[in-house]
Design a protein around this ligand. Structure first.
Ligand SMILES: C[S@@+](CC[C@H](N)C(=O)[O-])C[C@H]1O[C@@H](n2cnc3c(N)ncnc32)[C@H](O)[C@@H]1O
Length: 438
């Protein structure tokens, strides 16, 4: 039975949680989810109680239907991730992005994940490496008229032109031409950024210097410049970007701010959390809530699966939400006695919430295998235990894109909608997911 813990001094504190690596498999046997829990337990599909008094024939028919649905769901869950033959990526000397291509930046080391994601979404995108933390593509995949959000692209733009030996003057001209191609004069913002690699980061001052555009060189655009991409987005305006890939090469482009993968320069949304936060994981949640543009209101009921040492719980309590933190490990002492907090030292796979008081939000940062974690989140949707989801899915393996597609399928099949997935700036080998249950 779950042990309930509200406050009081404890030994061990945050260190009791062990190194993250180990946690990617089941950490200890007693917390390992038995397989059957990932599919819906049988009784879930049984007819609701009041239907038991119906005539036997009708009841049998309903039960048979429910059994068929359950078996279809099980088969679906047992299906391995869809296999696609990914392109063989040229191993050496990636070429810089050219005019007319999309240029994306990723977390360093995630280039292949983005290439696979792009290829999986649309083979015509013809993705290829374009430098460390950079990927170029002939096209950006669309769903209907909408540009598809890419999980592994932190930032990106359609390259209007490239500049050899870029200077503030040559960049100003290129930005003006890129804005001219994107639309009529309107609010716009500019960010010059570098890829997040050792070599790239050494150029960050040089990139910042390129943002000081001479208004005279901007012509009719000069008076419409706004402070940042968020301000341009608020006015449905344009976002010009310069990526300085080396001292001798910059790519320049502009498009609607609403189409940019991120409104932060290079997709690096830096967030600050006070020292008092029990873990740096708090930053992941603050970034996730900013990206999703929604967050718990005071009084909202939040369930936080895999809560220890308590960074996410701390963020939620700061927002004056009520939190049920589920984790066999201890929470940090700084959370002792916090108003609105209930810590259940329980295995999330065995935890059943009070159905008379369904949660507004389900949060999950549990260190667990991705498909099994997705199975658990799917159960929350099927049982209508929460309306909104924010989950951090661990992807320590190669083939992250493939696993993420499967995770998405499991969640969407279960009823999570408006699903978004991103490897955020504060994410490592993991991806953050936001979704809604209607
Ligand atoms: C990355 S840490 C979570 C960090 C936390 N979100 C924070 O902000 O401090 C992963 C947590 O998942 C927990 N965990 C792993 N398996 C679990 C399970 N089956 N049920 C509940 N928690 C689990 C671990 O105990 C660990 O505390």
């Amino acid at each position: 039975m779950a042990r309930r813990e509200r406050s009081g001094p404890r030994k061990g504190g945050a260190r009791a949680h062990g190194p993250p690596r180990k946690e990617h498999g089941p950490p200890r046997k007693e917390h390992g989810p038995p397989r059957k829990e990932h599919g819906p337990p049988r009784k879930e599909h049984g007819p609701p109680r009041k239907e038991r008094s119906r005539p036997v024939g009708e009841r049998d028919e309903r039960q048979a239907r429910a059994r068929r649905a359950q078996s279809a769901r099980k088969q679906e869950q047992a299906r391995p991730p869809e296999r696609r033959v990914f392109p063989i990526v040229p191993p050496a000397s990636p070429a810089p992005a050219r005019a007319g291509e999309w240029l994306f930046t990723t977390r360093a080391g995630a280039e292949q994940d983005l290439i696979e994601e792009l290829y999986f979404l649309d083979e015509r995108s013809q993705p290829r490496p374009a430098g460390e933390a950079l990927v170029a593509a002939a096209e950006r995949p669309r769903r209907g008229p909408e540009l598809t959000e890419l999980a592994f692209a932190r930032q990106g733009f359609l390259v209007g032109e490239t500049l050899a030996a870029p200077t503030a003057a040559s960049v100003a001209g290129a930005v003006r031409r890129a804005l001219d191609r994107a639309g009529a004069p309107q609010p716009w913002a500019l960010d010059a950024w570098v890829p997040d690699s050792d070599a790239g980061n050494r150029l960050s001052n040089a990139a910042a210097a390129l943002e000081a555009l001479d208004p005279a060189a901007l012509g009719r655009w000069a008076q419409h410049r706004v402070a940042n991409a968020r301000a341009a987005f608020a006015e449905n305006g344009l976002y010009a970007q310069v990526c300085l890939t080396s001292p001798d090469h910059a790519a320049v482009g502009a498009g609607f701010a609403r189409d940019a993968p991120s409104l932060a320069p290079g997709g690096r949304l830096r967030v600050h959390v006070p020292e008092a936060a029990p873990s740096r994981a708090a930053m992941k949640l603050v970034e996730a809530l900013t990206w999703l543009d929604r967050a718990p209101e005071p009084g909202d009921l939040c369930v936080d699966l895999g809560a220890a040492p308590g960074g996410w719980t701390w963020v939620l309590l700061e927002r004056r939400a009520r939190v049920i933190a589920v984790d066999p490990a201890r929470l940090a002492h700084s959370l002792d006695g916090k108003k609105g907090l209930l810590h259940l030292r329980a295995d999330a796979f065995r935890f059943t919430p009070d159905e008379t008081d369904p949660a507004d939000w389900l949060f999950c940062d549990m260190a667990w295998r991705p498909l099994e974690a997705a199975g658990l989140l799917a159960k929350w949707a099927r049982r209508k235990w929460a309306r909104l989801l924010v989950a951090n899915i661990k992807l320590p393996m190669r083939k992250k894109a493939e696993h993420l597609f499967r995770v998405r399928e499991i969640l969407e099949d279960a009823g999570w909608t408006s699903l978004r997935a991103r490897q955020l700036y504060h994410d490592r080998d993991e991806v953050t997911i936001g979704a809604v249950r209607i």
